[in-house]
Design a protein around this ligand. Structure first.
Ligand SMILES: NC(=O)C1=CN([C@@H]2O[C@H](COP(=O)(O)OP(=O)(O)OC[C@H]3O[C@@H](n4cnc5c(N)ncnc54)[C@H](O)[C@@H]3O)[C@@H](O)[C@H]2O)C=CC1
Ligand SMILES: O=C(O)[C@@H]1CCC=N1
Length: 264
């Protein structure tokens, strides 16, 4: 029996697979299912894992559902009869609730996880929600898997949409800011390559300061902001454009979209 099956080897499925393999999980322990045959070949070639049928994948110790949220119910129902007695179902789908998962696979142990794409480079952040039938061993297994590709926290289901709005979708906000900063540099006459290098290293360094200094984001921002200096002028422009309020709205919209998807 395979140790790990990933059903839906898209952007997030591949990020997890790549992160797990880099962490030392042998490719022979991982099988995949994807409806798009060329995608299966691509992932097999790139990572050395094996494409299998849904029935075969369902027999793995841990079955990770990484398809689009609206597909989870149908695929889990189709796989339910093939799931092994001790198989653990892990859904990473945004908005799909434990109750919905449990309804599609009655009697099975299920866990919800909200990962993020930095798992690809071992710097992921994941939220884990324990289903009713999940044992301590199941939770430890998922903690181990997500811990192998970054950090993981166990939280209540009621907070998972809020977590999604920060860490699940969060990398997109950071890349959006990076794009905008690079564009700003290009507008000031730097080449795109120069601007990209400057912005990338600035994000890497700033993230490391947040993670390593023990100082708050506010303290770190103040360290950069000399009175009446250049940074103050820049932050004033951001405030004039309502950027902070836009982030509050974006995070609320993200959380609300997760709630809405859970109802659909
Ligand atoms: N992209 C991200 O950053 C994150 C995504 N997620 C969740 O991961 C899930 C997948 O999202 P993405 O990877 O972004 O989507 P995607 O569209 O890149 O991947 C979905 C994959 O499922 C495959 N697929 C479609 N129908 C299938 C079927 N019947 N059986 C097997 N495979 C099938 C597609 O060919 C595709 O490769 C979603 O539920 C999303 O909420 C969670 C956290 C972060
Ligand atoms: O955009 C989405 O719906 C998925 C869930 C979290 C990140 N990407």
């Amino acid at each position: 029996m395979s140790r790990l099956a990933v059903i839906g080897a898209g952007a997030m499925g591949e990020a997890l697979i790549a992160g797990w393999l880099a962490s030392g999980i042998p490719s022979s322990d991982v099988v995949i299912v994807d409806a798009h045959e060329p995608r299966v070949r691509e992932i097999e070639e790139r990572h050395g894992v094996t494409g299998v049928s849904l029935d075969e994948a369902a027999q793995a110790d841990t079955v990770v559902l990484a398809v689009k949220p609206h597909q989870v119910d149908g695929i889990l129902r189709a796989a339910a009869d093939s799931l092994g007695e001790s198989s653990l179902v892990v859904s990473i789908a945004a908005g799909v609730t434990l109750a919905q998962l449990q309804g599609a696979a009655p009697g099975r142990a299920v866990v919800r996880v909200m990962p993020n794409t930095p798992a690809l480079v071992g710097k992921g952040m994941a939220g884990i929600v324990r289903g009713e039938r999940a044992t301590d061993e199941h939770v430890a297994r998922v903690r181990g898997l997500m811990g192998a590709v970054g950090k993981a926290v166990v939280i209540d289901e009621g907070h998972l949409d809020a977590l999604t709005a920060l860490s699940g979708s969060g990398p997109a906000y950071v890349f959006y800011v990076a794009e905008a900063m690079i564009e700003g540099g290009v507008h000031q006459g730097l080449t795109r390559a120069e601007a990209t290098e400057l912005v990338t290293q600035t994000l890497v360094g700033s993230a490391a300061m947040l993670a390593e200094t023990g100082k708050s984001a506010t303290q770190l921002r103040e360290m950069v902001t000399s009175p009446a200096g250049t940074t103050a002028a820049a932050l004033r422009a951001l405030d004039d454009h309502g950027v902070r309020a836009a982030f509050l709205d974006a995070i609320e919209a993200c959380r609300n979209r997760g709630l809405e998807m859970g109802k659909g």
